[in-house]
Design a protein around this ligand. Structure first.
Ligand code: HEM
Length: 536
């Protein structure tokens, strides 16, 4: 490249940047005020005000000055941060028809990941995929996957007996194996499974490109056209590296399932059921159905395996740090289930404390601290403030989990908060499912006649995580089974005394998790060990 070409390219970038910003500032108008936020600088707006580290806590702290709904301007791109549950419900649930769009993720386009419907805007294409996904993972459909949860959980217990130090890797394998079987009917290998390896790579890419503030190209999308050699264009080189991996998880397991179906080997998986329904209806699998099924199935591992694993990692940490909660759960399990068998899904209603442990894990550790961002399609108003069309809306789910009014002593792990009446006498604490799985439930005004079928199947459940019931089943079965047969304790130091375990919590990535830590996992008794070995 000659230096004159580089200068011409640099000049073009500057001119287009200025043009983009001026265009975004057009029509600033004389309307309602914007929500409070830090003072904006010319051109870059609040770019320098946006915290770089520990985003959830830092944005919560800024909210003490500016309020629950804060406005930022990033090169003219409006961004609204929601620090409170009530504001998030108002803007993302009640008005979900307007706010269930997604901001454009340029890196997803560059990496060839736009087949993943989590990135798609509020479009017909998204609706079709969401409906198919919802059909498989809605509450009435997921009991059919319970035998898979139980089998993989028992496999996990057996492996833990032999290699307890691998508790996290094995948990990830358990959830990956469960998803692969439920979605494709594929039984993965214990080690080095090619399907899991492929899916893990895709998950890694998903998390990298969703890292808040990582890529300038998200704020200035025209930069996607600069050549890879251009100074600062590392994003192009990253995208080129990731692109070859982006679609294998969409095609390889799906094609394997089609081949299994052709051999007459059907198994009730998500893909087998969808293909079967399509064949019954139209006697063939149309190209549009085929594409839709590939997309919906391909996203399950990417969105479901690491999220659930991070919750489990938090569970292990909580058990080490709060042995009294572990003891209470074990007493309940002993009384309800006894020592001759492992927990089953039918025990769930008789295990209120274990259920409260699962809820508290979900609250205590926020897996997706800043949610998956939404976008307002049209201009709206909120409490006398203007929400500009096109605003990115970021729910600070971490801040909601630490709201001391909803959760007194929020940093403590206290399952009791879901069993006892709250201080204001309004019942137990707020169910963390209401925010930790995102937003986008539709609140239908009572004047609108709408059947339950419309609500549930017609894509009207907007963006909220459609895998939450499945994940809940996985967590319940694993938590109940682990506590029934194992003790989870702090590791012992050389002096034979327990070593305090207090890992940092990674909060600067799209998915949050405790940094790696060790714990001592031992069977509660010889009888418990025998029970694990005998589990089929
Ligand atoms: C602890 C476990 C999990 C957590 C904390 C979690 C959290 C979330 C969050 C916060 C969102 C964004 C919702 C929004 O836009 O506001 C989301 C979306 C999504 N989740 Fe989950 N999730 C979990 C498990 C799962 C599982 C097991 C699956 C699949 C079986 C799944 C599938 C999805 C999909 C497909 C989306 C995208 C929905 C869309 O854009 O329409 N998730 N999840």
């Amino acid at each position: 490249m000659s230096s004159s070409t580089a200068w011409t390219a640099a000049f073009a970038v500057i001119v287009i940047t200025a043009g983009t910003i001026l265009w975004r500032y057009r029509d600033g108008g004389n309307r309602l005020p914007l929500p409070p936020g830090p003072t904006r600088l010319p051109i870059i707006g609040n770019l320098l005000n946006l915290p770089r580290k520990q985003l959830g806590p830092a944005l919560r702290d800024m909210g003490k000055q500016y309020g629950d709904v804060m406005y930022f301007d990033l090169f003219g791109q409006p961004m609204i941060v929601l620090n409170s549950y009530d504001a998030a419900v108002d803007l993302l649930d009640t008005r979900s028809l307007n706010t269930s769009d997604r901001p454009r993720i340029v890196m997803a386009e560059l990496c060839g990941l736009m087949w993943q419907f989590g990135f798609l805007g509020y479009t017909q294409k998204w609706r079709q995929r969401r409906r198919v996904f919802h059909q498989t993972f809605q509450p009435s459909a997921i009991p059919k996957f319970r035998p898979i949860h139980v089998r993989e959980c028992h496999r996990y217990l057996r492996k833990l007996l032999d290699t307890p130090e691998r508790f996290l890797t094995l948990a990830r394998h358990e959830f990956g194996a469960t998803i692969m079987d439920a979605v494709y009917g594929i039984k993965v290998l214990d080690n080095d499974d090619p399907y899991l390896k492929m899916a893990e790579k895709d998950t890694e890419i998903f998390s990298e490109i969703f890292m808040p503030g990582r890529y300038l190209v998200e704020l200035l999308p025209f930069l996607k056209h600069v050549p890879a050699w251009f100074p600062g264009a590392k994003f192009k080189r990253d995208a080129a590296l990731w692109e070859p991996h982006a679609s294998s998880v969409r095609h390889v397991p799906y094609n394997a399932t089609l081949e299994a179906i052709a051999r007459g080997d059907t198994c009730g998986s998500m893909v087998a059921s969808l293909v079967d329904q399509a064949m019954q209806k139209e006697e063939r699998l149309s190209p549009s159905d085929d594409a839709c099924f590939r997309d919906a199935a391909g996203l399950a591992y990417v969105t479901g395996a690491d999220t659930t694993t991070h919750s489990m990692q938090a569970f292990f940490l909580a058990m080490v740090q709060y042995p009294e909660a572990q003891k209470k759960a074990q007493e309940e399990l002993d009384a309800v289930i006894g020592l001759d068998r492992l927990p089953e899904f039918t025990d769930r209603d008789s295990l209120p404390y274990v259920n409260a442990v699962v809820k508290e894990v979900t609250r205590w550790h926020t897996v997706v601290p800043l949610g998956l961002w939404h976008r307002a399609v049209n201009e709206d108003q909120w409490n006398g403030y203007r929400i500009p069309a096109g605003s990115i809306i970021m729910p600070n789910q971490w801040a909601m989990s630490r709201d001391p009014k909803a959760y007194p002593a929020p940093d403590r792990f206290l399952p009791e908060r879901f069993l006892e009446a709250s201080e204001d006498g309004t019942g137990t604490a707020r169910d963390p499912e209401k925010f930790q799985f995102g937003f986008g439930r539709r609140h239908v005004p009572s004047s609108v006649q709408c059947s339950r079928r419309d609500l549930v199947t017609d894509g009207l459940y907007h963006r909220i995580c459609p895998g939450r019931h499945f994940s809940n089943d996985a967590l319940f079965m694993t938590v109940a089974s682990l506590l029934h047969v194992f003790n989870i304790e702090a590791p012992l130091g050389e002096d034979g005394r327990p070593v305090p375990v207090a890992p940092a919590i990674a909060l600067d990535s799209f998915l949050s998790h405790p940094e790696p830590f060790q714990c001592k996992i031992t069977p509660r008794s010889d009888r418990a060990a025998a029970l694990i070995r005998s589990a089929s």
